[in-house]
Every structure is written in C-alpha cells, then in structure tokens.
Design a protein around this ligand. Structure first.
Ligand code: ADP
Ligand code: MG
Length: 405
C-alpha cells in the first residue's frame, strides 16, 4: 500500500492543519549549530501556507525529562523558521495548555504557529498507549487535519507520530515522501557495486543493521566508534577506545558470515590514537592491530581512522554506484580527528550513482566540514529511522499513513 500524500487531504484552504516536523536541531549555548532539519521542513510548511491553511507545527527537541526545561525550548527554532520562511511565525509557550489554545485561536489563513516542545509532556513518549492517546486527542482537538513530516521519528510509536495520525484525516508531508523514495531505491535493486559505510558512536544500535545488510551489499566499510569492537573481536587490544565487550561474539559471527557470503567487510588498517579526549591531546597514527603500542599504552584512545584507511575507504566509495553512509569516521567535532570523516565525505561527492548520507551527526558533520548539501545525492534527516528502514524493520509512523513494505 502506498503512502497517503498531501493531495489526499483535499483542499486545505481555511482549515487548521497540525504538522509534525522533526525540528530536533543541535544547539550549543542556545544557538542552532546546524539548521538542516529546519530547512528540510520548509517545503511542506510553504505548501500548506500557500494552500491557505492555518499551520500548527509540533516537534520534539532533545531529550527533556517529560517536563518544561528552558534549554530544550523550541523558541529559537521558531525564530529560525521565521527567518528561513521570510514570514512571521507565532510561538506558544506550552504544547496543549492555555497558551497553545489561545495561539491556535489567533491563527489566520496562511499563517504559522509553533507549539512548545512535545517532550515537555511525558505522555508524548509514554509506554502506556492510553496515555499517548489521551495526549494525541488534545493535540487533535486543535486541528481539522494532520500532516506527518518528521521523518526522523517515524520508527517511534509516539503520540504525535502514531496515535495522532489515526485521530484526524492524515497524510505524509513532502519530506517523508522524498526520504522514502530514496530509501526505496537503496533497498529495491540498487545499482552495483553497492557499498555501505558505517561509523558513529551508537555502536549497538548500528550493529543490528549489519546483519540485514550483509546479504545485500558488496562491501561494508566500518569506521567510527564501532570499529573497535571489530578489532577486539579479531584479538587486537584497543586501549580505552569505545568497546562493546558484550557484542564480541556477535561481531565474530558477522565476520564469519561475511566471509561465507563473499561480502567484504573493510576494516581500518591504521587508527589515530590520542592520549585523551581533547582537541589539544597528543596523538599518533598507529597500525590498527597495534593500538596499545602507541606512547600512551593501554590508555590510548582511538579517535579517528588513519590516513591510509581514509584513502582506502575513499577508493572503495568512488568505485561504487550506490553508497549509503551513516556515522562519522571519527570525533570530527575536534579538528585533529576530522580527517577520516572528511575523506569519506569527499569521496561520496564523487560517486557517479546514488550517494546517501544518513544520521543527524553525519549530516551535521558534512556541513561543518564545508560541504554543500547538493554535493550528495541525498542527505537524510533521520539516522535511526533510515537505519531501521534498511534493516527491514516495521516503521509504525509510516504504516499509520498507509505505507506498507
Ligand atoms: P549519526 O547521528 O550520524 O547517526 P552517531 O550519533 O552514531 O551518528 O555518532 C556521532 C558521534 O560519533 C559523533 O559525535 C562523533 O564524535 C562520534 N564518534 C565517531 N568516532 C568515534 C570514536 N572513534 N570514538 C568516540 N566517538 C566517536
Ligand atoms: Mg547522532
């Protein structure tokens, strides 16, 4: 079954439309450090404004503890949205309380309102379905229709993603539709060679995808924090680098399986090892099987892939016709450990076929390193969501919009 699109909602002029976006941007000292997710939301917001709808935007930001917390306020995001739209954007200081109700009442056709962070309300992410439903009903009371466009959360069964969609006439927005189109190209007969590059720090989250991808790809390139569990599984000591000791057997299983299937798992041959986790830390390049032989011994930290590995990965990537990349190759936020991520990003811009960057930090990394969004085939706004899509998992936030794999 196909995703219900905006057209399925009919004419939206003069109607109140609740729009779920993913405006979960990275913030530092109250300032937005990467507004990619706000920009990715503009298409649908503009479409609804131009249709003459009264647009009520809801989103989460960060992980507040189910209660208001000024450092996770959406106020600066509403401000940025207004700048990017070139139009005023109203802001309500609560989500379903009096401020929200008043602001909704003041909307006019073609105008936009952002409600405060959904996750200031514990019901949004509650495990209890009845609680989520109760919260969704309050949100639904504000509007005549619901548009779901927060791709980064479609793998979550949360009130504003899942329950809300069944309470109002609902459809997917333009962002979700375009994300899905690209991901389907990755899963349905991708052009070969097909290479997947994995890195980042959420190791156990990402190990799961390997099992599903192994039978489907030609090469799997592994860097970032998860690489140390692979090196350790091969019997190499990794010092104080990120390591998931309870996953060693699983990883050994992947290595065996890959060999049987003739899929290449490409691991680093060299690693940048630092004395400590800091911008000004002393660091050296070590062979990947001799991390503890650095001057820092068993307390050394692997913070990036080495230069030889960067070149080897870049060669693999340039030779592929389809590439999916999720997770920085190193701690790119610290300049001395950004080279691996830069090498991979650079190579992705040279792929002749389809290149896709997925993951919040990966997207932020390519922008922070000065790459243009257009240099890649697609930059996905959802890391977890795109990985779960590639893993073949069920995505409740898409199924409730009519989509079936
Ligand atoms: P994404 O958001 O793109 O899915 P993750 O959230 O999994 O990526 O990981 C991003 C983080 O991984 C970055 O903050 C980066 O500093 C960190 N990282 C990458 N390599 C390492 C490493 N070797 N050790 C520790 N952290 C790492
Ligand atoms: Mg991340």
């Amino acid at each position: 079954m196909a995703l219900r699109t905006l057209e399925s909602l009919g004419s939206l002029g003069g109607r109140r439309v609740l729009l779920r976006c993913d405006l979960n941007v990275p913030l530092k000292d109250g300032a937005i450090t990467d507004d990619g997710r706000v920009r990715a939301s503009l298409g649908t917001v503009n479409a609804l404004m131009n249709a003459g709808a009264q647009v009520i935007i809801v989103s989460h930001l960060g992980r507040p503890d189910g209660a208001p917390d000024a450092k996770y306020s959406l106020a600066p995001v509403a401000q940025r949205l207004s700048e990017l739209l070139g139009a005023p954007v109203a802001f309500a200081t609560d989500t379903v309380g009096e401020a929200a109700a008043d602001a909704v009442g003041a909307l006019t056709d073609g105008s936009v309102l952002v409600l405060e962070n959904l996750r200031f309300n514990p019901e949004e992410t509650s495990k209890d379905e009845a609680e989520r439903r109760g919260f969704a009903e309050k949100l639904a009371g504000f509007a005549d229709a619901f548009v779901s466009d927060g791709f980064g959360v479609v793998h979550r069964k949360q009130a504003s993603v899942y329950e809300l969609a069944s309470l109002l006439p609902s459809a997917a927005g333009l962002l979700i539709a375009s994300e899905l189109e690209v991901l389907e190209r990755l899963t349905e007969s991708p052009e070969r060679p097909y290479a997947v590059v994995l890195g980042g720090s959420k190791v156990s989250d990402k190990l799961g995808v390997i099992e599903h991808l192994l039978p489907r790809v030609d090469a799997l390139l592994i860097g970032g924090g998860m690489v140390f569990t692979f090196l350790a599984a091969q019997g190499h000591p990794v010092g104080k680098s990120l390591l998931e000791a309870d996953q060693l057997d699983t990883v050994r299983g992947y290595l065996d399986d890959a060999e049987k299937r003739g899929v290449r798992i490409v691991l680093p041959t060299d690693i940048v090892v630092a004395e400590r986790f800091a911008e000004d830390a002393e660091h050296v390049v070590q062979p990947a099987d001799a991390i503890e032989e650095s001057p820092f011994g068993a307390s050394g930290l692997g913070l990036d892939i080495g230069p030889d590995t960067g070149e080897a990965f870049a060669g693999e990537i340039r030779g592929a016709r389809t590439v999916f990349w999720n997770g920085p190759m190193g701690v790119f936020e610290l300049a001395p450990f950004a080279a691996g991520t830069r090498a991979v990003a650079e190579a992705l811009t040279e792929v002749g076929g389809l290149s896709v960057v997925g993951g919040g930090d990966s997207a932020a990394a390519v922008r922070a390193l000065g790459f243009d969004d257009d240099a890649f085939g697609h930059i996905s706004t959802g890391g977890g969501a795109s990985l779960e899509f590639l893993e073949g998992k069920r995505l409740p936030g898409l199924e409730v919009l009519g989509w079936q794999r």
